[in-house]
Design a protein around this ligand. Structure first.
Ligand code: UT7
Length: 307
């Protein structure tokens, strides 16, 4: 059986916050942020519900179907608008879905975890699943903490995954979590994101490389055969280190963090959108989608676009 990506959509707040703007209130600089992270600016605003609904509706339109054709909504977020109800209930209501809906929280791996969940839902009788990654991280940023304030941002991305008896886009998955490392990146109720950045950096490179190698081995391909790597957008230096270890030249990596910062579970679909707008998605090509985040979670998949 196959699962095909049939539509994609994104949502970004209008408000652009540049590094220079952050430098007015924080002890940082445009030069430091660009050199150490690759980020030039980010978008701030909206809610998980509002951004998720816009991205979800765009993905449904792009797939050429109606809200009534969606059998399940899986919404990945690490910044739910409320503890309860699940934000997916509000997104489903705004889009006009009448199907079941649930949230998934696997931090920055969330979109890939949600795609894996959707794949399972298709295997058990559902025809179309809407997967949304939506984040309003700025709400949980301490704007006096330069460690986090320069990194995190808001946005959403979505895809429609459709059952197909003959074609299959998702060739392999390698996911995991190491709860022993959970204290490295946390956000308490009513609190702010806190991170041991250097240690998260080291572990991120290791788990992304290991899970990517596993996913490629399972798919029966080597990194030479990849047209693109669409990685979680946390830090350009993480992407460079991963590509170097996997023998992937940087011109095969999709980078959108320069404009959007780290949008956690929205970052992979936002990067996909960037690649598509730049005509980098071609039928038959192999791509590696890979993410990591708090937990520590990780998730890598090899896809072959059928569209
Ligand atoms: O998406 C989920 C996971 N998140 C990540 O993957 C993030 C992973 N970590 C990182 O991206 C990087 O570790 C950071 C961007 C967070 C930090 O970069 P770094 O190169 O690891 O910096 P560092 O923490 O080692 O700090 C180097 C220096 C320090 O100064 P001293 O001690 O050398 O004088 C920091 O105090 O840079 C200083 N620094 C800053 N300076 C200006 C730290 N943050 C800033 C800042 N602006 N925003």
């Amino acid at each position: 059986m196959g699962a095909r990506f049939t539509g994609w959509g994104i949502a970004l707040p209008d408000r652009i916050v540049t590094n220079d703007e952050l430098s007015k209130t924080l002890s940082t600089s445009d030069a430091w942020i660009q050199e150490r992270t690759g980020i030039k600016e980010r978008r701030i605003g909206g809610t998980v519900t509002s951004l998720g609904a816009i991205a979800g509706r765009a993905a449904i339109d792009d797939a050429g179907v109606n809200a009534s054709d969606i059998d399940f909504l899986v919404l990945a977020t690490s910044a739910a608008d409320r503890i309860t109800p699940a934000t997916s209930a509000m997104v489903a209501h705004e889009i006009g879905l009448s199907c079941p809906a649930m949230d998934v929280n696997a931090a920055c791996s969330g979109f890939m975890y949600a795609v894996r969940t959707a794949q399972g839902l298709l295997e058990t009788g559902n025809k179309r699943v809407l997967v949304v990654g939506s984040e309003h991280l700025s709400r949980f940023v301490d704007w006096n903490d330069r460690n986090m304030a320069v990194l995190l941002a808001d946005g959403a991305g979505a895809t429609v995954l459709e059952y197909d008896p003959t074609e299959n886009d998702i060739l392999s998955f390698s996911l995991g979590v190491e709860g022993a490392d959970a204290e490295l990146l946390t956000c308490e109720h009513e609190g702010y994101f806190r991170m041991d950045g250097a240690e998260v950096f080291r572990r991120a490179v290791r788990v992304v490389v290991e899970s990517s190698e596993k996913a490629m081995a399972m798919a029966g391909i080597t990194s030479d055969e990849l047209s693109l790597i669409i990685p979680h957008q946390a830090n350009i230096r993480i992407i460079q280190a991963v590509c170097q270890r996997l023998n992937i030249e940087m011109d095969r990596a999709v980078v959108s963090l320069d404009r959007y910062g780290n949008t956690s579970s929205a970052s992979i679909p936002l990067a996909f959108d960037d690649a598509r707008k730049n005509d980098r998605i071609h039928k038959g090509d192999y791509a590696l989608l890979t993410g990591f985040g708090a937990g520590m979670t990780w998730a890598s998949a090899v896809v072959q676009w059928s569209k």
